[in-house]
Ligand binder design. Sequence first.
Ligand code: PLP
Length: 422
Amino acid sequence: MRFDSSIRLYDRAGKLIPGGVSSPVRAFSPHPFYTSKADGPFLWDADGNRFIDYCLAYGPMILVHRHPAIMQAVTDQMQRGWLYGTPSELEVQMAERVSGLYPSMEMLRFVSSGSEATMAALRVARGATGRNMIIKIEGGFHGAHDSVLIKAGSGATTLGIPDSLGVPADTARNTLQVPYNDLDALQKMLKSYPGKIACLIMEPVLGNIGPVLPEEGYLKAVRELTTEHDVLLIFDEVITGFRLALGGAQQYYGIKPDLTTLGKIIGGGLPIGVFGGRRDLISQVAPAGGIYQAGTFNGSPLSLAAGMATLDVMEKEKTLERLSDAGKEMRKGLQEIIEDLKQSYSVVGIASMFKVFFGPEPHNYSEALKCDKLGYLAFFRRMLEKGIFLTPSQYETDFISAAHSKEVIEATLEAFRSCLKD
Ligand SMILES: *Cc1c(COP(=O)(O)O)cnc(C)c1O
């Protein structure tokens, strides 16, 4: 496989764009490929190489690249204009639809990205409770803003240590961390700061280091503990929403959070985020109340049109049922390969998510970190040379779209076997 054009682009990009990429995860060694077009389950790079796409833009592209119904919906909306700066019927329709699928979201607002959604949800939690501290789960990702860009330092699980330069220590101090799947740690934390913690924000399934799955009863107990300690529970369903079920992980596991954030799939591949939850909380958002949130592109007609069309297709074609079968097939195939070749590795996933961990199945962040991530990178590179684009990190979930046919999955499994053997 030749990458001459991508290498030239990488060279030019690196002079102007940090790391040559617009978002860090897109960079990988020795150079990323620069995509020129996408169609079906495939990406083509600037050199004309074709890749089966399991990254799917890190989640949004659940149907297929260039789905005709979405193109049509966006084109129709373009005909009517694409940005108004006024309210429109589309956002009323979509709000009704989302609230119908997510009964916990009694009120909601559309923003432009998942990061904005979590930023706003945290502000609502803080504004409504008058408390500053939040708890997040170690290894949970909620976008790249100050309050959540913090992981626990080794041993220092109580007070946050910034994950990035430029995050004020005073901000980090308000972000507490607990390990996933650890109810004792959560209970201890809740008891340690009575009356000081606004909320717990969590991905119900950790999608940004894995996936890492909740143990039996964990989420239910988290709901009970947070209620008992009068701490709001935010489910960040930017990945799990419209994926585990149309009603997200909260429908799948039968849990009712106080606040929810959505993104990715609900924009049909265009930028979007949603935050919502209990009426008594979200009704405090401006202009109805004193918790401020605003955005030029909030409720973007194009994103909402694309999202509506996506939901129409998913409902009509029962996409999630089919994807759940495809996910099972993929994981079963991978499991067989691993049992033959690498018994110390593990296959983890749920619905349309999967990952091969180069180590035993992790149940939390620190276990995930023990995997052979360099080994994974070498493997990733080999798969790429065979025309298969997995996510370029041990800690990003691979996704299956409705465009991944039996033949595509079989070809992928064959490549897995041969690359793992090497
Ligand atoms: C991707 C993601 C975000 C951030 O969404 P953006 O649209 O990239 O800002 C937040 N939370 C979770 C769980 C995500 O996976």
